[in-house]
Design a binder for this molecule. Structure first.
Ligand SMILES: Nc1nc2c(ncn2[C@@H]2O[C@H](COP(=O)(O)O[C@H]3[C@@H](O)[C@H](n4cnc5c(=O)[nH]c(N)nc54)O[C@@H]3COP(=O)(O)O)[C@@H](O)[C@H]2O)c(=O)[nH]1
Length: 722
């Protein structure tokens, strides 16, 4: 420091000379080489030393400092040049204030300012122990420019998030919101809900569902950038709010994953516009139903779905009869109002999963999906719905005080899979609708005439069966069941229909129709009541008192919640012994709702009623549930008995059933025994009960008491799907 003082003002050159002389740099020389400026003030504030960088950085003429000026002089000089802004006397007050303050506190005073030429300097003043001060100057122009640029960028970012519908977010490495900024966030006060939570932990009642989040979760797991992931929220008051998230992963300098950051964008207006466009593009503006375009889309989807499921679907084409006359007579406004009423009735008449559309004018279409795997059954169901639609539409409607009526003509076609073009299916239904018009209007017609004939035949059968039940045309026949000696030990009750014109109708023809239409319920109850009455009658006859009577049950009967009560009531009314009643079930009947079936069977078994499994071997017998059922008897299906003598497989099956029954401690009845040879072989295999033409064909059950009254039913006549 002594050198430094002594070489003033020629500090740099003297230090250099000295360095040259001794072969090393002096302190003064060293200071001259510094990039920092240094100015020394004595206790009066006079410049007593400076280095070369001080002259350069402060851009002062050497002549000014070389004259050892007071700091006041230097400050005035700088103010005059424009380096320091403000009144010089106030500037000086500030300078002296800081000089004294550093002296008093012993702490440096650090400040920065920008010179007139644009250089930003950071100055630091320290008080020296012996009095006086050292002031250093550092050029921080680049740093200042960087800070200014950052500020500018931050301001731009704030403008963006303040002025737009976008908002900024950050997630930590666990995908939890850590930062949310933007006007939208502030306005909606969503930060409280969001911060600390993952996006999928926030309530989103509609979309996305947890499954919908998967693509976003995958992107995060793979640290991928994602764009416009759409989310819907329901705001207070029920208003839907849509936004889209875009984000990119953030890593630190070492490549460690820190989380994500990105923007959220309010897309509600766009979504609403899209919904409006879709409504206009896909919905009929008069009725709100699907328009032709949307309906064709739905048809294509239905085709794809039926390819997967294998189920038949149906298309109903509906045209209002004489609608033009209504328009002409009552005006278009009344016509429009009627169309709206019709649309609503159609909507009400079908299931929510069915699609109703309006192709234009008075043409409506209804798409019925998942009808049945069998075409016949599907046709029956479609016919049922078609009839329901017809009845719904034919009712008069009150429009502006007038009663208007427009009956419908309905055409139906079935389809399955994707072989036909949608237009072709529509064309077929349209053609069927014309058949309906040609047949006298206000009717339902199928495209396929054969199908139409079958549907009509079935509807006729159903109507006649209902009348037959009411008019006492049903007969109970019986077929003997015999023991190993060929002695009768019971009968199987078999239903017959004595039709007034068609003669004796076999059950195979009418039982399926009765099952599908629900008529099997009153019919089955009638058989049960009749069988119980017969058992009570046999009880008085020593020869038949110990006979059992087997009654066939249908699946639909067993599904009735009051089935057990119905059987009990039949037994009680007749005064029959439950131990003599045997109920025959088929394997397919046991496939549905196994637990409920078992519960009902057990309740009846408690009363002493026996159960036989009919047609054994033809279904999907599962030994696990066979064991759980309170069965007393298996009936070997007659298809195995028929070829018993010639087909070793059938013989093996019959033998296996007998062994199985033995291990399950059940009886076996061999059905369809037609010859003495079959009887002998089965007997040799260990079978003890037999049924078949060899012992007797079904015949009217003799000694029947007078028929009980037919159970009343509130079933509508229209067919109803099972
Ligand atoms: N739910 C109800 N179903 C019933 C009722 N009554 C009858 N049925 C079912 O109808 C199906 C056909 O019955 P049916 O035409 O009476 O035929 C029975 C017998 O005639 C026939 N059978 C008897 N022995 C022989 C024979 O040696 N050869 C031969 N080819 N056929 C014979 O088998 C039928 C009895 O079969 P099953 O019931 O399986 O024991 C039939 O499925 C009946 O169940 C009813 O009231 N309710």
């Amino acid at each position: 420091m002594a050198d430094f003082h002594s070489t003033l003002p020629g500090l740099a050159s003297a230090a250099a000379d000295e360095a040259a002389r001794v072969g090393r740099l002096s302190v003064a020389e060293l200071l001259d080489h510094l990039h920092h400026g240094l100015v020394m003030l004595d206790a009066d504030g006079r410049v007593v030393g400076y280095n070369a960088s001080a002259l350069t950085l402060l851009e002062l003429p050497e002549s000014l400092l070389a004259g050892a000026p007071l700091i006041d002089e230097v400050v005035r000089w700088q103010a005059a040049r424009g380096d320091l802004k403000g009144d010089p006397s106030q500037l000086l007050q500030r300078v002296w204030h800081h000089l004294r303050a550093t002296q008093a506190s012993g702490q440096p005073h650090v400040y920065s300012y920008t010179t007139a030429s644009g250089r930003t300097l950071q100055g630091a003043t320290i008080a020296l122990p012996g009095g006086g001060w050292a002031r250093t100057y550092t050029d921080v122009s680049r740093h200042a420019a960087t800070v200014a640029a950052l500020r500018e960028s931050e301001a731009r970012f704030r403008s963006l998030t303040e002025l737009s519908a976008d908002w900024y977010w950050e997630w930590d490495a666990e995908s939890r919101y850590t930062r949310l900024e933007g006007r939208v966030v502030r306005d909606q006060a969503t930060s409280v809900q969001f911060l600390g939570r993952r996006p999928w932990e926030l309530p989103a009642p509609n979309r996305p569902t947890l499954a919908d989040w998967q693509p976003l979760m995958d992107a995060i797991a793979q640290r991928r950038t994602f764009w416009r992931f759409e989310i819907q929220r329901i705001m207070d008051g029920g208003r839907p709010y849509w936004f889209a998230l875009s984000g990119e992963p953030v890593f630190d300098a070492q490549g460690n994953y820190l989380g994500y950051r990105g923007i959220g964008r309010d897309i509600t207006a766009r979504k609403e516009a899209e919904a409006t466009i879709e409504r206009l593009a896909y919905y009929d503006s008069l009725t709100g139903l699907c328009n032709r375009r949307a309906f064709q889309d739905r048809m294509a989807q239905a085709q794809a779905s039926s390819t997967r499921s294998g189920l038949w679907a149906a298309l109903c084409f509906i045209d209002l009869d004489d609608f033009k006359d209504i328009n002409d007579a009552f005006g278009h406004a009344a016509g429009d109002a009627l169309l709206r009423v019709m649309a609503e009735r159609l909507r009400q008449a079908v299931r929510t999963e069915d699609t109703v559309g309006r192709l234009g004018g008075d043409e409506f279409v209804v798409l019925l999906e998942d009808l049945h795997e069998e075409q016949e059954q599907a046709a029956w169901r479609a016919q049922h719905v078609g009839e329901k639609l017809r009845q719904a539409l034919e009712r008069p409607a009150e429009i502006a005080g007038q009663e208007l009526q427009a009956t419908p003509s309905i055409g139906i076609t079935l389809f399955r899979g994707q072989t036909d073009a949608v237009e072709d299916i529509l064309g077929r239904a349209d053609l069927a609708m014309y058949h309906s018009k040609a047949s006298g209007r206000n009717a339902v017609r199928f495209f396929d005439p054969a199908m139409q004939a079958r549907v009509v035949q079935r509807a006729t059968l159903q109507r006649e069966l209902r009348h037959g039940l009411r008019d006492g045309e049903l007969r109970l026949y019986g077929q003997p069941i015999v023991d190993a000696r060929g002695q009768p030990c019971g009968q199987e009750a078999l239903l017959r229909w004595q039709h007034p014109t068609r003669g004796m109708v076999p059950p195979a023809e009418f039982i399926p129709v009765a099952e599908q239409t629900g008529l099997i319920l009153p019919l089955g109850q009638w058989v049960l009541q009749r069988a119980c009455a017969l058992l009570a009658h046999w009880a008085k006859d020593a020869q038949r008192a110990r006979w059992t009577l087997a009654v066939n049950l249908s699946a639909r009967q067993l599904r009735q919640p009051d089935f057990v009560a119905g059987v009990q009531q039949a037994l009680r009314t007749a005064g029959a012994d439950p131990h003599r009643l045997k109920l025959e079930l088929t394997e397919s009947l046991l496939l549905h709702d196994v637990e409920d079936t078992i519960a009902k069977m057990e309740a009846l078994a408690e009363l002493g009623i026996q159960f036989a499994l009919d047609d054994f071997g033809t279904g999907y017998s599962s030994l696990s549930y066979l064991k759980r059922l309170p069965l007393t008897q298996l009936k070997i299906d007659r298809s195995f008995v028929r070829d018993l003598l010639t087909d070793p497989n059938d013989a093996a099956i019959a033998r296996t059933i007998l062994q199985l029954a033995q291990s399950l401690e059940m009886e076996v009845v061999a059905e369809g025994v037609e010859t003495p040879e079959q009887f002998e072989v089965l007997r040799a295999m260990g079978c003890r009960l037999f049924q078949g033409y060899h012992f007797g064909r079904p015949a009217p059950l003799d000694g029947e008491p007078a028929p009980p009254p037919v159970p009343s039913t509130s079933q509508p006549f229209a067919p109803s799907p099972p």
